[in-house]
Design a binder for this molecule. Sequence first.
Ligand SMILES: Nc1ncnc2c1ncn2[C@@H]1O[C@H](COP(=O)(O)OP(=O)(O)OP(=O)(O)O)[C@@H](O)[C@H]1O
Length: 223
Amino acid sequence: MFELCDITAGYDRRRPVVRGASLTIAPGEAVGLLGPSGCGKSTLAKVAALLHRPDSGRVVMDGAPMGPGDGWRHRAPRARRTAVGVVFQQPRLSADPRLSLRELIAEPLRATGHRRSDADARAEEPAAAVGLTAELLGRRPHEVSDGQLQRACLARALVLRPRWLVCDEMTAMLDASTTAALVAVVEDYRREHGAGLLAVGHDHVLLNRWCDRTVNWSEVAED
Ligand SMILES: Nc1ncnc2c1ncn2[C@@H]1O[C@H](COP(=O)(O)OP(=O)(O)OP(=O)(O)O)[C@@H](O)[C@H]1O
C-alpha cells in the first residue's frame, strides 16, 4: 500500500499549500488526481515522491511510515526514495544539460553505486522501452525535442524498477501521439512489474481513460 495520511505541506509553515490530504493507492493500482491549477497537486506529488518533507502527516510506503516524526529530516532515506519513480511536467527543469540522454537515464544507477559500464547496460532496456534510438541517446538535452527529452525522463524514472510511480502532469507539454506512447510505456511497465501509479493532472479525459479510478482534489485535501 502507498498511503498519504493527513499531509500538510508547503513552503512556509504559516501558509501551507496542502492541508490534511489523504489518499491510498493499492499495489498495482493506478489513481488519477485531478485538480485546478495552483491547488497544490505538484506539492503533494513531491511529498508522495519523498522529495519534499511535509510539515505534518505521513507517507506510508509498504508499511514503512515516513513523516516528520520518523527520523526523516529533509529527504527520506535513499532506499525508500528509489522505490518511487517520478516524472515531472517540464523535462528541461529536471534534466542536467551536461549529460547525454544515455547518461541521464543511467543517472539513478550511477547515484546508487553502479559502475558506468553496468549502469549503461542496464539503461538499455528502459531506453528501448521509451523508443529512443542509439543516435538520440548520444545527444544532450538541448539537441532533442521536449517529447524526446520527456521519454528519457520516463526511462530514468523506470531504471531502478520502482514499485510506485508518480507522474506529475507528465504529458501536459506533449502532443497526442507522444502522450499515447508514454502512457503505453507506463502501462506496459506496470503490467510487467505490478507497480502502483499516482498520475496527477487536470485533463480528466486522459486520467479517466488511463487510471483505475480518479479522485478530485476536493475529495483528497481540505480547502
Ligand atoms: N518552491 C516553491 N516555493 C514557494 N511556493 C511554491 C513553490 N512551489 C509551488 N509554490 C506555490 O504553491 C502553490 C501550489 O503550487 P503547486 O505547484 O503545488 O500547484 P499545482 O496544483 O501543481 O499547480 P499547476 O497545476 O499549475 O502545476 C502555488 O501557489 C505555488 O505558487
